[in-house]
Design a protein around this ligand. Sequence first.
Ligand code: F6P
Length: 365
Amino acid sequence: MKKKLLVTTGGGDCPGLNAVIRGIVKRSLQEENWEVYGSIEAYTGVMREPKEIIHLDEKAVAGIHVKGGTIIGTTNKAGPFDWPVQQPDGSWITEDRSDWLVAELERMGFDAVISIGGDGSQKISQQLFEKGLKVVGVPKTIDNDLSATDYTFGFQTAVQVATEGFDKLVTTAESHSRVMVMEVMGRDAGWIALHTAIAGGAEICLIPEIPYDIQEVTARIRSRYAQRRGFVNIVIAEGAKPKGGDVVAKEVDEIGYQHVKLGGCGYRLIDQLEAAGLEASSRVTVLGHLQRGGTPTAFDRVLASQFGVKAFEMVLEGKFGRMAAYRNNTIIDVSLTEATETYNFVDPDSFLVRTARGLGISFGD
Ligand code: F6P
């Protein structure tokens, strides 16, 4: 009888997920005794009745490396530790179904699981591993905020999308002598904003790691207008905050998905600038989920394919409780605990930040 591998994609989607799935399946086809299945929307496909598990054969993955999204769906709701259950009175509670899940996967005959996901998914994988699940992790996030890997797939695509958007905003800013603010993703880490600011040639870049002083930002804008370069392009990460202030966020209390939704710091920045006396005309563009959709760049396809092949080989080698990672231009594996220990923040003293400063980009500090 063939061995069975289950693949899941969890958390926010990310260009390159399909390339990972294809890499896993293609590599598995070179072994005689493995079959690969996908659970729809992370573990939901296993936990919900009727179950939604699909066979991932050669045909199912043909050509999918080019497509954004994930052919097996994803969710950031309803994990095995917070499974929503409706009560007779119509209200909802969440239950820890993790022990049941581990037993159920065994009953269904799965010999191993590859979980493709970000920080939250990898923490779930570690907890399930401790309960006996044979699980291998693959890192995923456009934010590039996982510390164990130099890059995550999807990040480069997001930067490309943001840079193309930024380039467009530069020409309209110039025509109208405006201050253009572009808000990009990046909850805790400002990687997308920083890369876009350098690639696009921003005047100002505001990131979570370097809280800004509105007077400094105002002064930088004024100096541009004084130099007769009468337009300014600003890129701001959604997690950016002023010195002594906080992020712009609202609490979302969805059942099985209690989280803080960021967004709107670009509009707050304009309000702050106007309060500080900004007279120039200004506009805000929130790039949002455009950064997560569409075709992955060639780099992300290559990185994702490497993760797919590596993850399957980790299963063959019995390297469970570990995650594939990209370090120093090669693919290695690290323990899930190491992978989720710390975030990958932008180091304000790094050469990348020095490069930005060297190019005259202000961080408003
Ligand atoms: O973690 C990736 C990310 O893109 C964040 O930058 C953003 O805050 C979040 O996902 C939004 O996710 P969603 O809209 O799916 O809840």
